[in-house]
Design a protein around this ligand. Structure first.
Ligand code: S3P
Length: 439
């Protein structure tokens, strides 16, 4: 039996940005005094960061208003007075937490164990640890080389100075760049990080906002020096998360009769592939009230259903700007005219799950015509997606939300095997989707 058709209508402000929230709490370690972080992301990942920072000596008090908007008062002793956590630090499912903390801990005079859940234990850590080794950090792998759990020993723990260095990264990773810059703030001399391609520049923007001095050669190279004094505390209101907003943008572009406005969405250049792709595919998407908020560009994003879309290619040059959005964007490809190609996206194999093989399996099961590539896939667009299958999330939050949107566009019900993992980034996703959904 065919499902009734659905559409999305109305206005929504999605929660605060996860990437920026992680950074705000970790960067607060370099300040002395009480900082205020408002509209923080309610993601379980960010609570992992908050817990780790508490274990290192930050006093973090959270409060929420009636609308559920959460604010934090963060009292930091400064980066010269952090203390080791006897229990170790647990990053949960969060790659950003474990990699950024590695950079912070690089300059600390103690050793501490870092660990995460099963998915995080399977993700590569050498990309951040090897460059930190060059700066003077020691790491002992506990169960498997290159993976959590590991014990990290800051250079000063061995009476060594952390030493600045020049890095040319092989992977266009904002996490690795940020970790090395955080180490650089504690290292002798200059630390320069050059990226192979542009990434989200939240770190540079937030460094500027909180007063870190640096030399930036846009968009690839950033250099910092040792912070000899802690910074003053800061105030930050976190913009709405474009990765969370993506699911609604995609759904509105695919469901006839839809018209939505997503308020105050962060449109950082290193994150806005979803906007460019939707426009290129012929979607009716416009940006209103563009401005800058606490150093980040924001806009209201309006999407109206505008009929059938044209397939496009997302390749290596621009993939970093949509690294977390590829699963959701691929739904557009299933229902577009022509061949939708994702390439240069091998990084997706080492995210919270192997997102390439998981998407191929799920889309095929739902009736899409997909060809897997080593670094992506090709989807032959059709005028329907059958559904009637079980969408497997592999415990990956972005796959779970993509599955729930896929269910809306499928002809027959698509069951998503596990939605609890959605809390990793967007605990109120289902509630927010239901607010916009008209069936
Ligand atoms: C993030 C960077 C990206 C992204 C992750 C968050 C960040 O990872 O996939 O969800 O906050 O810096 P990489 O930098 O490793 O690509």
């Amino acid at each position: 039996m065919l499902k009734p058709t659905a559409k999305l209508k109305g206005e929504l402000k999605v929660p605060g940005d996860k990437s920026i929230t992680h950074r705000a709490f970790i960067f607060a370690a370099f300040t002395k005094g009480v900082s205020e972080i408002d509209n923080l992301s309610p993601a379980a990942d960010c609570y992992s960061t908050i817990e780790c920072m508490r274990m290192l000596g930050l006093d973090i008090q959270l409060s929420d208003d009636k609308s559920g908007r959460v604010k934090a008062m963060v009292k930091s002793p400064g980066h010269f007075h952090l203390h080791p956590s006897q229990q170790g630090l647990f990053a949960g499912n969060s790659g950003t937490t474990i990699r950024l903390l590695s950079g912070l801990l690089a300059g600390q005079p103690f050793k501490v164990k870092l660990d995460g859940d099963e998915s995080l234990r399977s993700r590569p850590m050498k990309r951040v640890i090897e460059p930190l080794n060059r700066m003077g950090v020691c790491v002992a792998w506990i169960t498997k080389e290159g993976h959590a759990p590991f014990v990290i020993e800051g250079a000063p723990a061995n009476d060594l100075e952390l030493t600045g260095a020049k890095f040319q990264l092989a992977v266009a990773s904002a996490q690795v760049q940020t970790a090395l810059l955080l180490a650089g703030l504690q290292a002798d001399g200059k630390t320069t990080v050059e990226l192979p391609a542009p990434v989200r520049d939240h770190t540079v923007r937030l460094f500027r906002h909180i007063g870190v001095s640096m030399v930036v050669d846009e968009p690839l190279t950033t250099a910092v020096k040792k912070l000899t004094e802690p910074l003053p505390p800061f105030k930050l209101s976190v913009v709405a998360d474009i990765s969370s907003a993506t699911f609604f943008m995609v759904a509105a572009a695919l469901l006839p009769g839809s018209e939505i406005k997503l308020l105050s969405v962060g449109i950082n250049k290193g994150r806005r592939l979803v906007i460019d792709v939707l426009k290129e595919m012929g979607a009716d998407l416009s940006l209103e009230n563009e401005c800058e908020y606490d150093g980040e560009p924001v806009a209201d994003v309006v999407v109206r259903y505008a009929g059938r879309l044209r397939a496009v290619t997302i390749d290596g040059d621009n993939i970093a700007a949509g690294i977390d959005e590829v699963p959701a964007l691929s739904l557009l490809g299933c229902l577009a005219d022509g061949k939708f190609t994702v390439s240069g996206a091998a990084e997706l194999r080492v995210k919270e799950s192997d997102r390439l093989s998981a998407m191929v399996a799920n889309l095929r099961a739902a009736g899409a015509n997909v060809n897997e590539l080593p670094d992506g896939y090709e989807i032959e667009g059709q005028n329907r997606l059958k559904g009637g299958s079980v969408w497997q999330t592999f415990g990956d939050h972005r796959l779970a939300m993509t599955g729930l949107i896929a269910n809306l566009v499928c002809q027959e019900t698509l069951a998503v095997d596990d939605t609890t993992c959605i809390a990793v980034s967007y605990p109120t996703f289902v509630e927010d989707l239901n607010r916009l959904l008209i069936v």
